[in-house]
Write a protein of this length. Structure first.
Length: 150
């Protein structure tokens, strides 16, 4: 009598098992990045009240100077991104650890966030010494813009 319900019961049990596994699954977290912090950048990060920057941040969130590459300027122009928005992302953005790139010359840090203008951006920064950063490129994560940058 119950034989006709067995496939349904098995399917239901499998659905509950998947639901249980998904709800109790622990995600993989990125390993912390080993780094050297100069006293000036650590002091800057700690002394800035109300900032999201922390002392062990791998990038200076309040550099003396922000340098814009030619490519970054072109992308900013194509995607209607202002210097103010770049500074917003630098100050408040979250590092996407899966997109960090390293080569013999430098290491780049992609920071992501939503600006006051409601653009969801990824801005890639490269530290230049202890006090300056360079904007390598910027990407609007929600909208595809036509652009002829090289």
């Amino acid at each position: 009598m119950f034989k006709k319900y067995i496939p349904f019961i098995v399917l239901l049990a499998a659905a509950f098992a998947i639901l249980y596994i998904k709800s109790h699954q622990v995600g993989v977290r990125p390993e912390p990045v080993a780094m050297h912090i100069s006293p000036t950048s650590a002091a800057t990060a700690i002394s800035s009240a109300g900032d999201t920057a922390i002392a062990d941040d791998p990038i200076n969130r309040h550099p003396d100077k922000i340098i814009y590459s030619r490519h970054a300027r072109c992308r900013m122009d194509c995607r209607h991104i202002t210097e103010t928005e770049i500074k917003e992302i630098l100050t408040n953005g979250k590092i996407n650890y899966t997109k960090i790139e390293e080569n013999p010359k430098s290491k780049t840090y992609p920071l992501e966030g939503i600006t006051q203008e409601h653009q969801h951006l990824r801005v890639v920064f490269a530290p230049k010494g202890d006090i300056d950063v360079e904007v390598v490129t910027c990407i609007d994560l929600d909208r595809e813009w036509s652009c002829d940058c090289e």
